[in-house]
Design a protein around this ligand. Structure first.
Ligand code: NAP
Length: 291
């Protein structure tokens, strides 16, 4: 058996087209485009690349992009003042502060300052609470992208056994909450988990968000399992995921490649979240299920 390769790049391109169609309809109804503000502090090269590609994708989707670049030595008060100004700006529907922030800044305090209804990254504790309790909120982009891929491959996820490896606030925990809401039976594994191989071997769905190259071995998997590899690891062989892709190909039913799997979904879901925020703020109806 050779696994179906889940083409996240193609799926994300289609999602971005749908977002653009809805964004044009929003602009016509609201009399203004949906707007996304991105804040970059300092000169981190990787962050600058992410911010540039987010800006390009925002414009390509027919939304307004507002980029704010602050010097690496900006004070906590100045950064929070900018976030508060963006909270109050009616043209801004979504606010994203690119992480990591320089060490002298208090990341938690900065994220807490973002209006939860404009928190398109979904990192604010209010949005984590909404997700945990089933209220409408902002869902973190990467796990939401994983969910869209899983629904596309498997259809109804109800009753599936799922293992999420990694319990970070940005990927693992919200992923587990999303799969729980889909009526999966979810095991959230981490570095203290006993018998990880045993858990993985019983799972219909494996989401790996560990940050270790080729960590999950093909022989751990249940034959036919659907594998979502969130990991992005730079190695001498280039970018690789958290799953031993070559080993998993002959066991899994479907698997995301790295690159070209989960990665492209993250920006597409950021645009989707901005559109959702814009509709809610404008009091316009929007059927989340369409995107
Ligand atoms: P993180 O905050 O470093 O969390 C890693 C998690 O893996 C932790 O919960 C840790 O457990 C767990 N872990 C570490 N070693 C383990 C082991 N031996 N067995 C089981 N679990 C273990 O990482 P993250 O931010 O969630 O990111 C994970 C990966 O996804 C990274 O490669 C990152 O680059 C990638 N990522 C990709 C995207 C994308 O757009 N595609 C977005 C975000 C992240 P403990 O909690 O016990 O320490």
């Amino acid at each position: 058996m050779t696994a179906r390769i889940i083409d996240g790049k193609a799926f994300a391109a289609t999602l971005r087209e749908k977002v653009a169609t809805h964004a044009a309809a929003f602009a016509a109804r609201a009399g203004r485009p949906a707007g996304l503000a991105v804040v970059l502090v300092g000169e981190d090269a990787a962050s600058a690349v992410y911010v540039r590609s987010k800006g390009k994708a925002t414009h390509a989707a027919g939304m307004a992009g507002f980029e704010h670049r602050l010097s690496a030595d900006v004070s906590q008060d100045e950064l929070i003042a900018l976030v508060e100004a963006l909270n109050a700006d009616p043209a801004v529907d979504g606010i994203l502060v690119q992480l990591p922030l320089p060490a002298h800044l208090d990341t938690d305090a900065v994220l807490l300052a973002i209006d939860p209804d404009k928190d398109v990254d979904g990192f604010h504790p209010v949005n984590a609470g909404r997700l945990a309790t089933g209220l409408p909120g902002m869902v973190p982009c990467t796990p939401y992208g994983c969910l869209l891929l899983l629904r596309d491959v498997l259809g109804d996820l109800s009753g599936k056994d799922a293992v999420v490896i990694g319990r970070s606030t940005i990927v693992g925990k919200p992923m587990a909450a999303l799969l729980t809401a889909e009526s999966c039976t979810v095991t959230l594994a981490h570095s203290r988990t006993k018998d990880l191989m045993g858990h993985v071997g019983r799972a219909d769905i494996v989401v790996a968000a560990v940050g270790r190259a080729n960590f999950v071995k093909g022989e751990w998997l249940k034959p036919g399992a659907t594998v979502i590899d969130v990991g992005i690891n730079r190695t001498a062989d280039g970018l690789v995921g958290d799953v031993d892709y070559a080993g998993a190909l002959s066991v899994a039913g479907a698997i995301t490649p790295v690159p070209g799997g989960v990665g492209p979904m993250t920006i597409a879901c950021l645009l989707r979240n901005t559109l959702v925020a814009a509709h809610r703020r404008a009091g316009l109806p929007f059927d989340d299920a369409t995107l």
